[in-house]
Design a protein around this ligand. Sequence first.
Ligand SMILES: C[S@@+](CC[C@H](N)C(=O)[O-])C[C@H]1O[C@@H](n2cnc3c(N)ncnc32)[C@H](O)[C@@H]1O
Length: 290
Amino acid sequence: MSFVTQARVIQPGGASLSEGVFQQLRTYIYERTGIFFADNKKYLLESRVSRRLLSLGVPSFESYYRMLTNGQGSSELVHLINTVTINETFFFRNDFQFAALQDTILPELIKKRRGEKIDRIRIWSAACSTGEEPYTIAMVLKDKIIPRFPSLKLEIVASDINSHVLDVARKGTYKEYAIRAVSEDYLRRYFVQDGDKFHLHDQIKKMVDFRQVNLFDRNTMRSMRRFDIIFAANVLIYFDFNSKQAVISSVYNSLNKGGYLLVGNSETLYGVSQAFKPIHFEKAIAYRKE
Ligand SMILES: C[S@@+](CC[C@H](N)C(=O)[O-])C[C@H]1O[C@@H](n2cnc3c(N)ncnc32)[C@H](O)[C@@H]1O
């Protein structure tokens, strides 16, 4: 809880974020992650980072910023990132996108790859948060694709910048909120309920390989290559125009020719990149690398 006074927001613990330190902190975060806190998001940065101040016992945002920028910075960066990223997600978040994936994108890609004598499809969920998106992909593959193409090798890589969400993802245990859009049939076949918890079956968990990747880090991105389908959904909204362009250009290089990029429902590549061809499906768009 925070208390609004006339001039500023006072966080529990008493520290408040001055305009000057806000500018420094947001630049620090932006340069390392591409995530941009606009002026109207100052309150968000303040309330999130104040939790970190409290748990470290650091008295002010100024001292915290000093800590980040002296020798201790690199070990604190991971905590700062875990604190400021927004990880909202759920299974089958965009069901029209998954319908396009199973009915058109995958069957067409598989046919094309087989024509090229390649019996392998690689999918990357590139901002996977707590794992609901890659596990949704895994369930769709298990249910709809593997029975039709049993000899096909399928790989699902899932990554996020936030180390904490990846730990949650690897466990594969979810609450009601996350599974609210999962069909009864999939719930019964792929989850075990234990009170208010839903444990995903090992057969689905084993299909996904989780790793930590910062989409804004060009060096790491150079090691992420040869994917047929990349989901970068509901992450572009946290970037400004320049970081969006930088990330999309790296993602482009990570895709095979003819591969597809899928972004969030409220996101678009319009004005960001002309390198892809938008392919329209019922209530979903995918971007193909030509
Ligand atoms: C709102 S979640 C989206 C989860 C999922 N893709 C979906 O659509 O439901 C956005 C995720 O992007 C991650 N993220 C933010 N900046 C990132 C970056 N530079 N590199 C990789 N992941 C990032 C956050 O940690 C967060 O988990």
